[in-house]
Design a protein around this ligand. Structure first.
Ligand SMILES: Nc1ncnc2c1ncn2[C@@H]1O[C@H](COP(=O)(O)OP(=O)(O)OP(=O)(O)O)[C@@H](O)[C@H]1O
Ligand SMILES: [Mg+2]
Length: 399
């Protein structure tokens, strides 16, 4: 099994009151506008930002702690996120933290815990409460602070390094064609930015990196399948800036060359998606918002095929409103999560028994059920799950 997130438990993050959701290496989130799909994905991005940058900047990016913590009649003050990961080498890890909101938009880390367990190796664990170790990190004694997470310091040790690397290598995408179209600032191209604003740099790296040759070829090949005539897509420097160029075979001696400025929205969006999937480097999770938008329905199948194929190497999470994506022949009903608002709070559930039965008996496809509003969630099970704690190895109950 590839390294992936198995379960996520969230308390008081934006529209999420409390939920506990299981994820598959390929998971599709579907649900009405405003139900909380993006908020769920953003909670994962928040974890990444807190670890890769700082809590302060993760909050600032989202408009401050007041915008992030859930607004409700009860005024909850604690944001809590727990993630259970399968590290892919017979080890499981859980990472949790709770952040308390304080006066004057301040916050403090009330609790943080990381535990790594292998079936055959020794266990690693640290636990911090209110800036003090309750369980220390073996081998090091870092200074703790109430506005920082301890996992960064713990990642200096072998036991926790994988967890930190996994969580900081999650990538989040909501591709905006305009961002690919404009001249781009020169960039190192470590990884594709959320909206695709450094696509040219990623393309440059992809083409230069010998190990990525097959990825580059695949990307050009897929793009040519989707947009008639396109042969190649290339990086193009323009003074201090950079852009993308497409070569289009129109049957004449020399192919036409187009700068990104003259490419269609759909072409740029598909290019962005393909770059997200085929960019070089290690990316533990790729989360993509509505990959079908601005894309011709006939192309949706290619997109979902590419995304599902990519999930053989890393976890892929997508949000969608597309019945065509739900009807993709290899998508199983166990890979679909329905996001709904229940009493002003986001709930994420698996399909109800009746929906599953209708699909398995070929009475309706998931896409048909979505269209008719009859793709129903198993709300009772989701509510029951949302009250549970996370357990690493359930059979041993050691967490
Ligand atoms: N701090 C908060 N507390 C409570 N609710 C919030 C908070 N922040 C945002 N929301 C709610 O979350 C909703 C937006 O949810 P989100 O963007 O996740 O929807 P979505 O399912 O992605 O919708 P779409 O399909 O339109 O993209 C807002 O309409 C608002 O009601
Ligand atoms: Mg959304």
């Amino acid at each position: 099994m590839i390294p992936h997130i198995k379960q996520v438990r969230i308390r008081n993050y934006k529209s999420i009151g409390q939920l506990n959701v299981r994820l598959e290496p390929f998971t599709v989130f579907v649900g009405p506008n405003g139900s909380g799909k993006s908020n769920f994905i953003d909670a994962l991005a928040f974890v990444k930002d807190c670890l890769a940058d700082s809590l302060e900047s993760a909050f600032r990016k989202r408009g401050g702690i007041g915008a992030v913590r859930r607004r409700s009649a009860g005024h909850p003050t604690n944001i809590e996120i727990s993630i259970v990961m399968d590290l892919g080498d017979s080890r499981l890890a859980s990472y949790s933290f709770r952040i308390s909101a304080m006066f004057e938009k301040k916050f403090s880390v009330a609790f943080e815990r990381c535990k790594v367990q292998g079936l055959f190796e020794k266990e690693h664990e640290f636990k911090i409460e209110e800036g003090k170790f309750v369980k220390e990190i073996a081998g090091i004694k870092p200074k703790l602070s109430l506005d920082r997470l301890g996992l960064y310091a713990a990642s200096a040790t072998e036991g926790f390094r994988h967890v930190y690397d996994f969580l900081t290598s999650m990538r989040f995408y909501s591709i905006i064609p305009k961002e690919l179209r404009e001249l781009q600032e020169s960039d190192q191209g470590d990884y594709l930015s959320r909206e695709g604003s450094n696509a040219a740099a990623i393309l440059r790296r992809l083409k230069k990196d010998e190990q990525s040759a097959w990825r580059y070829k695949r990307l050009c090949n897929l793009l040519s399948k989707v947009v008639q005539g396109i042969d190649q897509v290339e990086y193009h420097p323009v003074g201090q800036k950079e852009t993308i160029q497409i070569k289009q075979d129109v049957g004449t001696k020399y192919p036409w060359t187009f700068d990104a400025l003259n490419m269609s929205d759909g072409t740029l969006r598909i290019l962005g998606l393909l770059l997200a999937v085929y960019q070089p480097g290690f990316h533990s999770v790729i989360a993509i918002e509505e990959p079908e938008s601005t894309v011709h329905p006939a192309v949706t199948e290619i997109i979902i095929e590419v995304l599902m194929d990519a999930s053989n190497e890393r976890q892929v999470l997508i949000t969608t409103h597309s019945p065509d994506i739900l009807d993709y022949k290899y998508l199983q009903d166990s890979q679909i999560r329905i996001v709904t608002m229940e009493n002003y709070s986001t709930l994420i559930a698996e399909l109800s028994q009746s929906s599953r039965q209708a699909i398995r008996e070929h009475l309706y496809t998931p896409g048909e059920l979505l269209r008719s509003g009859e793709l129903t969630p198993d709300i009772e099970k989701a509510k029951e799950e949302s009250r549970k704690q996370l357990i690493l190895f359930p059979s041993q109950s050691r967490a």
